[in-house]
Design a protein around this ligand. Structure first.
Ligand SMILES: C[S@@+](CC[C@H](N)C(=O)[O-])C[C@H]1O[C@@H](n2cnc3c(N)ncnc32)[C@H](O)[C@@H]1O
Length: 275
């Protein structure tokens, strides 16, 4: 897989090439990165890439031509490397929100992508209409530039490339099952008076799986009820799940109240464990 990033700040991408899972995956040859600075595609002495907005208003707008020339250079490099011209994706607060499903599909498709990072007030609309296939947002907030959003895309996609994760841990992560992930605990089993939930120490695989399922249901119901509705519509909840959710709704909190979701229950768990 290959990403070509059009950016005024190529140095920022060391965050994904030099660290963690994305670094390792790159060293394994699972993905490649090339950056293209629009300033290298200007013809004036000052290497100008932006200008004031027509119609007035604050800030500057990235000009179409240096971006278009950078995308064309990226496509040429992709073809030289044996790829078809990659889809051109602009990072934009006004774009389609990035989802887990989109990220997984992106990783499965593989191939090449051109990511275009905006700056300032944004990008000349004519470039977006003529050269960009899709605008993607990483959330309902405004970043100073598209680089961090592009790196979020790269990180999220690369970790789904086969072989990128040492352990195949993506299967039960948040969203993969339609729910948020269950909470995690590690040693010591009592930390500052807080005990690890007893189900996790039981050694009983079925009990642990059920506990994790209920924690995931409880967390999702509390933080993202929209995901519960989607899971229900998608047939991802069974009768046992529904009973548990009804219990939460009635204030029962389930058979094993979630320690992390409800801090007061952590104390209760600790007291029960200590007894
Ligand atoms: C300061 S922002 C421009 C904000 C724009 N005027 C608006 O109100 O939507 C500069 C650049 O950051 C990037 N950006 C900002 N927020 C983003 C988000 N939530 N997702 C993806 N990219 C974002 C885009 O590339 C954008 O062109």
């Amino acid at each position: 897989m290959r990403f070509d990033v059009v950016t005024l700040f190529p140095g920022m991408f060391a965050a994904v090439t030099d660290h963690g899972i994305t670094r390792r995956a790159r060293e394994l040859g699972l993905w490649q990165l090339a950056t293209w600075n629009p300033r290298d595609f200007t013809s004036d002495r000052h290497r100008t890439v932006d200008d004031r907005p027509f119609g007035g208003g604050p800030g500057m707008v990235l000009m179409a031509e240096p971006l278009a020339a950078a995308v064309e250079a990226a496509h040429t490099a992709q073809r030289t490397a044996g790829y078809a011209n990659g889809r051109v994706v602009a990072l934009s607060a006004g774009g389609r929100p990035l989802t887990d499903a989109r990220v997984r599909a992106w990783a499965q498709e593989g191939g090449a992508t051109v990511l275009v990072c905006g700056r300032y007030e944004g990008i000349d609309q004519r470039f977006l209409e003529a050269c960009v296939d899709e605008e993607v947002s990483i959330g309902d907030f405004v970043l100073s530039g598209g680089e961090i959003a592009a790196m979020a895309v790269i990180d999220a996609v690369v970790r789904h490339l086969p072989g990128a994760l040492k352990i195949e841990s993506a299967a039960d992560e948040s969203f993969a099952t339609g729910l948020l992930d269950a909470p995690h605990f590690t040693r010591p089993d009592v930390w500052r008076g807080c005990a690890v939930p007893s189900a996790l120490l039981s050694g009983n695989h079925a009990q642990i799986e059920r506990w994790r399922r209920e924690q995931a249901l409880a967390r999702t119901a509390r933080e993202r009820p929209d995901l519960i509705a989607a899971a229900r519509a998608g047939g991802l909840l069974d009768e046992r799940d529904e009973r548990f959710l009804r219990g939460i709704a009635q204030g029962a909190g389930g058979a094993n109240p979630p320690a992390v979701l409800n801090p007061s229950s952590a104390a209760a768990t600790t007291a029960a464990e200590a007894a």
